[in-house]
Ligand binder design. Structure first.
Ligand code: SAH
Length: 468
């Protein structure tokens, strides 16, 4: 979710040597105890009867059997309390008493009585991943944990430990800004792979070399990532886009980039909105170009995040031109352009053996004097699909001119609004009636126009069932 409050605030808590009260003597309590002992807590167990495992842990001194009946004073000096009995009234008494003393409490299987919950955990100590759905869908959390378990090599713990053990030497070799760059290069380099495969000696010397190189050039050198964010659905990002989004220091984004996608940018990165609404350019292109140069020159990794593909009506060419001029390193990451995303999600193939052997992308953005300067003769052709970007405002003129230049008034056309998002709407019609239909639909944009016989295929191929 991009908005709304969190049901729980995520923290990792130090419990080493801290007293924790655990009420319960069965299987569930034993499971809780095992987890608490992983964190070296001093656990006091209160239960009439202990099962074998609990009895053994108490006998060996790893936990303390502190009583048979719960009393609120047992909570004195406790950091946390856990109620894990099958007696609902008792669990409630523990929760109330803990609450009264300001001690965080977890009641097993009762989130309404709990002030904290324990997440699903992926354990690659010292790396720990905690997953919570705030009680909304525990099964989903478990499923996600299984996936992460499968995805993360078990040696990731070793990698984290290795990085911890070399922190001091990197710290003394390089300034703060350079340090993160060194670690990131390390993770991307074969040296990290060496750690995963157990060759730490080799990894150590590689890391030293990286640190020295970095220290030699002084401050980290900035760079720019010109990244296409796709049409809206975050699942349509490329792996590369996601990777660069997660290693930038600052992001410049415009209106077309969906909030769900911005959520995926590294949390610490500074966010700069540079606008671009149809009629109002929040920051002129020249200033954006200058800003990219300035930020990169100050040593930052700058993410220029654009809707769709940066090289399709995205002015990406102008931006990297300026970077070239200043010798700033950059990468360009293509994105799924609105035409691909919208056509796929609307069930309108852009080409088709029988209906369209060509496909043209044009802009419907009017010039300063309000006119549309397009090669109408080339657009008003059978056997091809025309995709118009930025054509919402000029739709009536677009349709009229295509008819004027020879396409029949009943030639199919569709407007796709906010394509690929959950709010996607498709308004289908003909060149003659589409302007009226669209005006009645009161679209918010961004909207993409597709003109051609392929639009008819939608009746058969529409697979997402959105309204029209
Ligand atoms: N670089 C972008 C296009 C930028 S121009 C790309 O490759 O997609 C902006 C225009 O793109 C909008 O006016 C609209 O016509 C189209 N557009 C972008 N995202 C869209 C979406 N999710 N749904 C419909 N049209 C979209």
């Amino acid at each position: 979710m991009t908005s709304g409050s969190w049901p729980y605030y995520p923290v990792f808590m130090r419990l080493r040597g801290q007293r924790v009260l655990l009420v319960g003597g069965g299987e569930v309590a034993a499971r809780k105890l095992r987890l608490l002992l992983r964190a070296d807590a001093r656990v006091h167990v209160v239960a009439e009867q202990l099962n074998d495992e609990l009895a053994e842990l108490c006998a060996s001194g790893e936990a303390v059997h502190a009583g048979v009946a719960f009393e609120p004073r047992q909570l004195g000096g406790c950091r946390l309390a856990v109620a894990a009995t099958d007696d609902a009234a008792l669990n409630r008494r523990v929760a109330d008493a803990a609450e009264a003393q300001g001690i965080p409490v977890n009641v097993v299987d009762d989130s309404t009585l709990s002030s904290f919950v324990t997440p699903a955990i992926v354990d690659r100590s010292p790396l720990l991943i905690a997953i919570s759905t705030g009680g909304a869908a525990p099964v989903l959390a478990r499923r996600l944990r299984e996936r992460l378990e499968a995805m993360l090599p078990s040696a990731y713990g070793r990698l984290a430990a290795f990085m911890h053990s070399r922190r001091e030497s990197v710290r003394s070799a390089a300034a703060h800004t350079a340090r993160r760059a060194i670690w990131e290069r390390f993770l991307d380099s074969p040296a990290a792979e060496q750690v995963l495969t157990g060759n730490e000696a080799r990894a150590t010397s590689d890391l030293q070399e990286m640190a020295q190189q970095r220290a030699g050039v002084g401050e980290a050198k900035g760079e720019v990532y010109l990244v296409g964010a796709g049409p809206g659905d975050p699942d349509l990002l490329t792996f590369k886009a996601l990777r660069l989004m997660q290693q930038c220091d600052v992001v410049l984004y415009d209106r077309l980039v969906a909030p769900e996608i911005l959520e995926l940018v590294r949390r610490d990165a500074r966010r700069m909105f540079v606008g671009k609404a149809r009629s109002q350019h929040a920051v002129p292109q020249d200033e954006i170009n200058d800003e990219l140069v300035r930020l990169a020159q100050s040593g930052q990794r700058v993410l220029r995040l654009k809707g769709g593909d940066p090289f399709i009506f995205g002015r990406g060419g102008e931006e990297i031109d300026r970077l070239m001029e200043h010798g700033i390193p950059f990468q360009v990451v293509p994105g799924i352009t609105a035409a691909s995303g919208c056509s796929a999600y609307a069930g309108i193939p852009l080409t088709h053996r029988d209906y369209a052997q060509a496909c043209v992308f044009v802009t419907g953005h009017a010039r300063a004097d309000g006119t549309l300067d397009l090669h109408w003769d080339q657009l008003a052709r059978r056997g091809q699909t025309v995709v118009v970007y930025m054509g919402l405002a000029t739709l009536p003129e677009l349709c009229a001119r295509l008819i004027e230049h020879g396409l029949p008034p009943d030639w199919p056309a569709a407007m796709i609004d906010d394509g690929t998002s959950p709010r996607q709407r498709v308004i289908a019609g003909t060149l003659a009636d589409l302007p009226q239909r669209v005006s009645e639909a009161n679209l918010k944009g961004p909207s993409l126009l597709i003109v051609g016989e392929v639009v008819r295929l939608r009746e058969r191929l529409s697979w997402r069932g959105e309204s029209s």
